[in-house]
Design a binder for this molecule. Structure first.
Ligand code: ADP
Ligand code: MG
Length: 241
């Protein structure tokens, strides 16, 4: 579903992502773990070309994003949802309006807007909150609105940058359940960036360990070999500290 080929990115001459190649299979929940500053967010933002690579190719769902013009890229991005640690909701818009904006930007058919927004809010359990403003919601509820917004355009891929890092453990578990549900019921491929191994191992089936902008390793988290593979990954992360 997602392929990076020798992708590099520098900021003001400092290399942040160094010739990374990575394949993420359709239907996976793929974790990316690494210390703060290791390049996790940049790597995720390269997957929808929010960051333009200095070198290399990015392919999503069979389409080479790095070969598209601006208009084609805007179209391709509709299939890639994204959520963030700080939710990034618009403060002076209601829950309903926050979701509808994503559809309007994508020129969704006007007659179907309301139904689509309500379907997405229902999926995250917030249909009765449509008239509330972000300030009236808990952190977990805000993240659910952000998830509803990310789902609005029927994405194939959902990119999640530390989606639970501002939440308490109970709310974290709730949001991870919503993500697992999106993966299983809607068939959406998920990339989950986190610095917490507990978060990764609770829903991911593979994990890539990032260190200083390079891939240290990618390991499977299978139900059978879970302890062994998780131990490997934890060990890798420990060694990087
Ligand atoms: P992580 O998400 O793992 O904490 P980031 O991808 O955010 O890492 O950042 C990796 C490195 O790149 C850091 O040193 C950060 O300061 C730098 N960096 C990230 N984005 C920018 C930017 N837009 N301009 C300059 N430096 C950046
Ligand atoms: Mg980050």
């Amino acid at each position: 579903m997602i392929s990076l080929h020798n992708v590099s990115k520098s900021f003001t001459g400092v290399p942040v992502i160094q010739s990374i190649s990575l394949s993420i299979a359709r239907g996976d929940i793929h974790g990316i773990i690494g210390a703060s500053g290791s390049g996790k967010s940049t790597l995720l933002r390269l997957m929808n070309l929010l960051e333009t690579p200095d070198a290399g190719d990015v392919e999503v769902n069979g389409q080479k994003l790095t070969a598209l013009n601006t208009k084609q890229l805007r179209q391709a991005r509709k299939s890639i949802g994204m959520i963030f640690q700080h939710f990034n909701l618009v403060a002076n818009k209601t829950v309903y309006e926050n979701v509808v904006v994503a559809l309007e930007l994508a020129k969704y058919p006007k007659a179907e807007l309301r139904k689509r927004v309500m379907d997405c809010l229902q999926f995250v359990g917030l249909e009765s909150f449509q008239a509330k403003y972000p300030a009236q919601l808990s952190g977990g509820q805000k993240q659910r609105v952000a998830i509803a917004r990310a789902l609005a355009n029927h994405p194939h891929v959902l990119l999640c940058d530390e989606p639970t890092s501002s939440l308490d453990p109970h709310t974290t578990a709730e949001i991870l359940r919503v993500l697992a549900d999106i993966n299983q019921r809607l068939g959406v491929t998920i990339v989950l960036v986190s610095h917490e191994m507990d978060v990764i191992k609770s829903i991911c089936n593979r994990v890539t360990v990032l260190t200083d902008g390079t891939i240290h390793d990618t390991v499977a988290i299978t139900p059978r070999g879970i302890q062994e593979t998780v131990n490997t990954a934890v060990h890798l992360v420990e060694r990087l500290k």
